[in-house]
Design a protein around this ligand. Structure first.
Ligand code: R5P
Length: 258
């Protein structure tokens, strides 16, 4: 791995703890005006940014809703072309050129794969193509193991999806926490972060983050459970304390103003 690639990864996964708190606000790419980001996304993003290690979002949101004077690493979503009401969620394409990602000074790009989905092959090809192009510029690729409604979120399935992503050359993988999560970690040779998923009670989301890190995750890439919380800033701070300081979920929960 070349210097630039390693340097970009260490902007995201902090060398001091080997962990990361990625703030995900890319949901609009297929969900449109997602609750919490539907009005004034610029405001909520600015409030949360000081506590995130990186910001994951689309090109459109980056240009319109984030100050260019920030220094936080950007993880740019580069897949899309689908929607929540469309024919099949797995029907994604690459939406951003590597040239534009470089122009936007991103630290990594992210795209979804739908292993077992109708358009599995297309999304795996998207990943391989992006990796080939990003290797030229030393830009790491985060593979997002997206799951369709019909797919089980168990260790067997998630291990399969994460391992395929790593075998194709993804530098980091984002997946879901599950029972026997250690199996997913053990079989994936690159750092794994977990998504938070749909909004759940704050206590449970913090427990999820704690368990994932305890079981070997390199951190979280969390969105709705932060920006849809009654105390979004408190929530990201609490997640941060779990990920970087090994604070337990109960203690972290007690710091929230809810
Ligand atoms: C999917 O919409 C995106 O990749 C999200 O970034 C990802 O699911 C993480 O966000 P959340 O914690 O809300 O699931």
């Amino acid at each position: 791995m070349d210097w630039g690639m390693k340097n970009r990864i260490s902007q995201i996964i902090k060398p001091k703890t080997g962990k990361t708190v990625m703030l995900a606000v890319d949901h609009g790419y297929f969900l449109g005006p997602t609750t919490g980001l539907d009005e004034e996304p610029r405001k909520i993003i600015a409030e949360l940014l000081p506590y995130a290690d990186s910001l994951m979002l689309t090109r459109g949101m980056l240009r319109t809703s984030v100050d260019s004077k920030i220094s936080i690493p950007i993880v740019l979503r580069v897949s899309g072309g689908n929607s929540i009401i469309g024919d099949d969620l797995s029907n994604e394409t690459i939406t951003v050129s590597v040239k534009d990602a470089v122009r936007l000074n991103v630290s990594a790009v992210a795209l979804s794969i739908y292993v077992g989905g109708k358009y599995e092959h297309q999304t795996l090809k998207n990943l391989a193509t992006m990796i080939n192009e990003c290797e030229e510029y030393g830009i790491p690729v985060l593979a997002v193991t997206a799951v369709g409604k019909e797919m089980a979120r168990d260790a067997k399935y998630l291990s399969l999806a994460c391992r395929i992503a790593a075998e194709l050359g993804a530098h980091m993988v984002k997946t879901y926490y599950c029972e026997d999560f250690e199996k997913v970690i053990k079989s994936c040779p690159v750092p794994v972060v977990i998504a938070g998923g749909k909004k759940i009670p704050e206590k449970d989301a913090l427990e999820l983050a704690y368990n994932a890190v305890r079981d070997g995750a390199a951190g979280v890439d969390m969105g709705r459970n932060i920006f849809q919380s009654q105390d979004p800033v408190g929530m990201i701070k609490a997640v941060r304390s779990i990920v970087h300081e090994n604070v337990n979920a109960k203690k972290a929960y007690e710091t929230l103003k809810i």
